[in-house]
Design a binder for this molecule. Sequence first.
Ligand code: KG4
Ligand code: ZN
Length: 404
Amino acid sequence: MVKVSVMTTKNIKILAIETSCDETAAAVIGENPSDDGGQPVILSNVISSSVDLHAKTGGIVPEVASRAQMETIVPVISEALISSRFKVQGSRSLNYQEAIKLLDDITHIAVTAGPGLIGSLLVGFSAAKTLAYARDLPIIPINHIEGHVYSAFGGEFPISNFQFPMLALTVSGGHTMLVLMKDHGRYEVVGQTIDDAVGEAYDKVARLLGLGYPGGPQISKLAERFRNQFSIFNFQFSNNSQNSKFKIQNSAKIVFPRPIMKDGTFNFSFSGLKTAVLIRVKKIMAENNFEKAEDIDSGTKEEICAAFEEAVADVLAHKTAKAIEKYQPKSVIFAGGVSANQYLVEKLRTKVEELKPDIQFFTPTREMSGDNAAMIGLAAYYHIRRGDIADWRSIHVDANLKLV
Ligand code: KG4
Ligand code: ZN
């Protein structure tokens, strides 16, 4: 075990816990002194996922997720404490006594209070409340979506580089939201999905194509394959085939709808897109007498995935562009589990830069795009700086917690 020297100060040191879905996560956020009174710094970020269990059932079974949380919560918290000090990870090196001693340095507990699966949320929430009670520490309940917004602050740029107002597009398995952030803690939800979240649509489309769970990475892999095949022809998908720089027979015949893209609101709808994919898949199966979607050839599946992803990219980019025109933000954030998708990131970045070349565009690092506790701790840091802290007796968990 390699020891690293750590300054012992009275600076803020937050133990953050996130268990809203199928990840059990804990992190320690410290503070570096700076001119404006301090900068948060991620000292550890430990994530244990039960995704493999859900892959077997093709989706999350809430009770399976919460049972996995129960099993991993104590080791994950302990590992976050230990690796914040000793920079080692891995349960083999876990020393629970050492972890308990490290709790002495913690000044605040932060925890996801919702939205999410109630059984999962309760595991982290109960652990956080117990720690706050036992160590007599203030606690900060954090909205999961606020956490995703702050995940973009965990990258290589100092947080002071981010300029307000910011426009944050947060896209996950559970939510799709455009949020205007006027300052730390000041949010206005300008648009959100009226039915399925983007990640949910990816997962459902993957399921109906007979691909595994989670669907996002599977679909983006197949879509990428399709695009790579045609990139040598400078091929572009388009709603309007006249715009295609190159027309290839037997390719890109599939175009899916862009639901409510031009309805003048900043809301999203993805369930119609998923249904359009379902209708297309059923048609292909009927025409070929296939019994199951797995029988569809890989080239067609790749094309369906690429056409689906293109529709998602268009809608996200169009709505974000419209919101930029209206709200004139100085920076744009694209965060949430779906922001792991590099194609969507590049489509958005290009759209944003075309519109406003001087705008700052931020996405989380790969490690922080999915659910994690460092983002919860970063959000909590700014609550603490505003004096917005609570007592363990007064906080509540809420599966449908609203951002504002
Ligand atoms: O933020 P997250 O880890 O959990 C929620 O808060 O929901 O997001 C999980 C979602 C899943 O629906 C997953 O399919 C999607 O993010 N996802 C992706 C990609 N990687 C994960 N979606 C599209 N492309 C990806 N590469
Ligand atoms: Zn999430």
